[in-house]
Ligand binder design. Sequence first.
Ligand SMILES: *Cc1c(COP(=O)(O)O)cnc(C)c1O
Length: 427
Amino acid sequence: MSDAPTLGDRLVAELFARVEGRLKIGGLDVADLAETHGTPLFAYDAGLMRRAYHALAGAVSGFAEVDYSVKANPEPSVIRVFAAEGAGAEIASGAEFAAARAAGIAPRRILFAGPGKSDADIDHVVAQGIGEIHLENVEEMMRVDAAARRHGRVQAVAIRVNPGPDAQGGAMRMGGKPSPFGFDEEDLDAVVDAVGARPGLHLAGLHLFAGTQGLSATTLLGQWAYGLRLAARVAGRIGRPLATVDLGGGLGIPYFPGETALDLAALRAGIPALKAFVEADPGLAGARIVLEPGRYLVGTAGLYVARVRAVKPSRGSRFVITDGGMHHHLAASGNLGQVVKRDYPVVAVVDPPGPRFPCAVVGPLCTPLDMLARAASLPELAAGDLVAVLQSGAYGLTASPSRFLGHPPPVELLVDAGRVRQVGKPD
Ligand SMILES: *Cc1c(COP(=O)(O)O)cnc(C)c1O
């Protein structure tokens, strides 16, 4: 029964607001949204997306452009928010290509990564025209070459690199592991030569994405410096400048107690050195440097709101049973690749003053995996009350087994400038 502010309290104060205990998003009352639109629901705040985009773009300005990795949240209205701010897109399927195009992103501002691209998707994006296709293996190199030649085109491509054992990102070793993504750095020279020998391909860039959920500016800067050095080496080998260097996404947001937000001032402070390196290298001086984050841009902007169906004591523990769960928000349940299951910040939508109690927040599915929080600290709740999972804008619904147990899909809302719009597709 501690009243110390939690990560959830801090995030509410920083990103949302409470007025007389009632949680707001973009100025709108979350309980009212739940009443009007039903639960469970995701609500995304366009203002917070723009804020994240401009904070990051500002920190790296003059060095890199910031594009949006569509897989973090492919809801078309979300892509449109970033498109309107000038972002390009990183996509990983033909459907994401269509979504990015529908959001108004020009084909040349779209790049296509992913380890198992289908022939149909390759053929489609080559025919439509796309900025770059990122090659991740030998078969893909041959298939993109064949598609380009079929269409009488020369397709711009980048080589995605899986960094080698000596790669350091800040103080952290980042490479040397086997990976389905990209070519091993040890083979880079041979791959560069092989791509150069294919008449349907134009080697335009290098792509290095070292890992997701990075919260250390030093580590990210180290990874980016490593990527630039590799790119300079590739430009040297082909004897002409590169058009692009894609340094990946992977910028993190705090989810768990003890985590703090990425220090953008520290990131900004490291940019002049990277810029100087680029400007001093003839192979990079004219290159477009690209970042393609997903989580960082949209993660903080989303809430997942569920309604309490029952509060059940069991052998000294308290279970808050809600209508929302892992079928909409697998990541919050700790089952989306987390090694250690820790709780996303969960808060009460209406939070009266008074004591809080330790409780578990669970969903309606018949599996012990369906747990949104194991050790939340929430006020006295009863059936009909609402809880909100914060940091739910990225890898939420899109990364969840929404057909599991046949519950209906959640509502998705886009909040922008005091207005709300229902988005998302009916299932
Ligand atoms: C998933 C992915 C991203 C986005 O990663 P975040 O951790 O959300 O920033 C960027 N680039 C590629 C190639 C990806 O696969």
